[in-house]
Design a protein around this ligand. Structure first.
Ligand code: ITT
Length: 205
């Protein structure tokens, strides 16, 4: 194992997104020293041209593994809107253009849903982990409703317009701890953590 000075193994999270890194660090902090691509010395964007979330998560994790030969995981998330046949899905980051501007993306969703009664949507995350040279996939889904205007300033991306089922607040109105407990990425991460909890209890790992 590749242990750092705190006795925790370093695990690379193949992301350039600081918000995602912060959320995930919060969850994995007990087990790993999680570093993003920036701290792993990687400044380039990894292409996300696959037609599915699974494909992109796999591609990103393999891309970094093939360069660094270290344990790594990557995720890909999409907002899947029922009335738009699952759009924006795999192109959630660049829905309104290659500038990947979250405000533009939100405005485009609101425009497309203007006057539409069915506001049902879900966030879906797929994580691909490459650990000890083996590949594993984990999925997390959270269902909810899209509002007609933004609410809240926490989080990122589409959070200000997404209200998860069972809650009165949007993700952008929640503390990170609560979002992590119920969110797509949080649920996928909980599966990853359960996997590690099992794995690390085994002798020889
Ligand atoms: P990396 O590929 O570098 O990890 P990214 O910002 O492209 O960062 P994703 O591919 O996982 O992240 O997600 C695609 C987009 O989906 C992202 O840019 C946001 O617009 C949206 N998104 C992802 N997770 C979200 C979340 O928890 N809340 C709100 N929007 C989210």
């Amino acid at each position: 194992m590749n242990l750092n000075s705190l006795g925790k193994e370093t695990l690379i999270f193949a992301t350039q997104n600081k918000h995602k890194l912060e959320e995930v660090n919060h969850l994995l902090n007990d087990f790993f020293n999680v570093i993003g691509l920036h701290d792993a010395g990687f400044g380039d964007d990894i292409p996300e041209d696959e037609p599915t979330l699974e494909g992109n998560a796999r591609f990103k994790a393999r891309y970094i593994y093939n360069k660094l030969h270290k344990n790594v995981f990557a995720d890909d998330t999409g907002l899947e809107i029922e009335a738009l046949n699952g759009e924006p899905g795999v192109i959630s980051a660049r829905y309104a253009g290659e500038g990947k501007n979250p405000e533009d993306n939100i405005q485009l969703v609101l425009k497309k849903l203007h006057g539409v009664e069915n506001r049902r949507a879900q966030f879906r995350t797929v994580i691909c982990l490459i650990f000890n040279h083996q590949e594993f996939l984990f999925e997390g889904v959270v269902k909810g409703t899209l509002l007609t205007e933004k609410n809240g300033i926490s989080g990122f991306g589409y959070d200000p317009i997404f209200k998860p089922d069972g809650y009165e607040d949007t993700f952008a109105q929640m503390p990170m701890e609560l979002k992590n407990k119920i969110s797509h990425r949080g649920l996928a991460m909980q599966k990853l953590i359960a996997f590690f909890a099992n794995m690390l209890a085994l002798p020889g790992i």
